[in-house]
Ligand binder design. Structure first.
Ligand code: HEC
Ligand code: HEC
Length: 405
């Protein structure tokens, strides 16, 4: 063994000793490695896409298999928009022309921060600032404070309205846009915004193409399948515990499939005009993945035994999620599960991590009173009959246990 090699082994041994307490700081973080590969090499995302699609023939899958290629969507311009949060001070005022701080900071093009904390911070920033859907119909709503309140736009402590942004669009105009957080945050990031009513935005602005505005708050028809199948905004906090993405179980879940799902949805939701930088798509996925850290793991307790006997054949494991089940086994309003675009013939069994303060339940959004209402035999919404015939004491124990999640 050469002297140099021996010396470097000694250094390694010393480094290992020094790191005995804290984890080795230089050990490669698999999340960062995944991210760097995803950003640098389009084939990585393509492989994740192909491996994750449950039914390659449905519309969602077929479109992506055709277009998610270097020459297809990969050739679109990566958009680095300049934005400015919409605040209460903008109500009734013309669209601003200044103050578009460059929220990208030091980020260059497709460059991903090289540590997990930096990546998650970029994702958190994108979640509340990246314009995911430009909605010109919001202009007339923002001109009128009453209309803004009627569609559920509510200011936070800083006066920011439901995480909307003004964005400079190509050509220099300024338009209002939704961010992820407009639908997916009610102040707690990831939790559905039950108040926001996008359908009513279109209706009030009289820009409805077909009768929209009938979805009601907390729901939107996200599929382009020609079927009227609005879906409740899902809770994103437990995303990493989900076995599949989408109510209809369209995509087998994983960090890279999630990044591809986010990237491709951002492309389709703006008419395939541009793509987000891949670094942003991955950072969003990593940020959503981290949200599960704050959800308490299931514990033992009186209700746990009831749960195991009544619910765990579907909601299983540490995620309280499980393999998709045939649609007819559940009996809830199922138009979205049967979507020709996203459908797979099955329902995804949703994770119950974080269900304690998730008030908007079922794909239809038909239960708005949390688990207490879902397990109330007198509830109005059809289907998911599980637990409804339990003796009252057992049902109460079950609700108590679920409310600790
Ligand atoms: C207009 C409201 C709206 C906006 C804006 C929006 N989403 Fe969603 N999102 C939905 C709805 C509705 C679904 C449910 C779709 C389904 O299950 O088929 C959904 C589903 C998802 C899912 C799958 C969740 C699951 O449980 O399977 C993810 C992940 C997601 N959104 C992330 C994002 C990100 C990231 C952004 C911003 C880039 C964003 N969404 C913007 C409404 C929205
Ligand atoms: C046959 C499988 C199955 C069984 C058994 C089952 N569930 Fe579910 N559960 C589902 C499916 C599928 C959904 C999604 C249905 C929908 O969105 O319409 C669901 C949805 C839920 C939701 C709503 C979650 C959300 O985010 O919308 C809760 C809460 C829930 N189940 C709790 C329970 C409890 C508690 C039990 C036992 C009393 C139970 N489930 C038994 C399959 C099952």
């Amino acid at each position: 063994m050469s002297v140099v090699r021996r010396a470097s082994l000694l250094l390694l041994a010393l480094a290992a000793l020094a790191c005995e307490e804290a984890a080795a700081p230089d050990a490669p973080d698999p999340l960062v490695e995944d991210g760097l590969a995803f950003v640098a090499e389009p084939a990585v995302g393509r492989a994740a896409l192909e491996a994750s699609l449950v039914d390659p023939t449905n519309g969602y899958s077929a479109l992506r298999l055709a277009r998610y290629t270097p020459d297809g969507w990969g050739a679109l311009t990566a958009w680095r928009p300049r934005v400015r949060p919409v605040t209460v001070r903008d109500l009734g005022a013309p669209a601003p022309t200044d103050g578009f701080d460059d929220w990208w900071g030091g980020l260059e093009g497709d460059a991903l921060p090289t540590d997990r904390a930096g990546i998650e911070m970029l994702g958190a920033r994108a979640f509340t600032h990246f314009p995911t859907q430009v909605v010109p119909a919001l202009r007339s709503i923002l001109a009128d404070a009453d209309a803004a309140a009627a569609v559920g736009l509510t200011p936070d402590a800083d006066g920011r309205l439901s995480h909307l942004v003004w964005v400079e669009v190509p050509g220099g105009r300024v338009e209002p846009a939704l961010t992820c957080a407009t639908c997916h945050s009610d102040g707690v990031a990831g939790r559905p915004n039950m108040a926001f009513d996008l359908g009513a935005v279109y209706d009030l602005a009289a820009q409805a193409r077909t009768p929209r505005g009938r979805w009601g708050p907390g729901r939107v028809d996200v599929t382009g399948d020609g079927v009227d199948n609005p879906t409740a905004f899902p809770d994103l906090r437990p995303i990493r515990f989900q076995t599949h993405l989408h109510r209809a179980a369209t995509v087998r879940n994983g960090l890279l499939p999630l990044a591809v799902r986010i990237e491709t949805l951002m492309i389709t939701s703006t008419g395939e005009a541009w793509r987000p930088p891949r670094a942003v798509a991955f950072a969003l996925a990593a940020y959503l993945w981290s949200m599960g850290d704050d959800l308490p793991p299931p514990v033992d307790g009186a209700g746990r035994a009831v749960f195991d006997a009544t619910c765990a054949r579907c909601h299983a494991g540490e995620g309280l999620a499980g393999a998709p089940v045939p649609i007819d086994d559940v009996g809830t309003a199922d138009a979205v599960a049967r979507s020709p675009e996203r459908g797979t013939g099955r329902w995804r069994v949703p994770s119950l991590r974080g269900v304690a303060d998730r008030m908007l339940l079922l794909a239809s959004g038909g239960v708005r009173g949390g688990v207490e209402e879902l397990l109330d035999p007198a509830r109005a919404a059809a289907g998911h009959p599980f637990g409804l015939d339990l003796p009252a004491a057992e049902r109460a124990a079950l609700v108590g246990w679920l409310e600790g999640l």
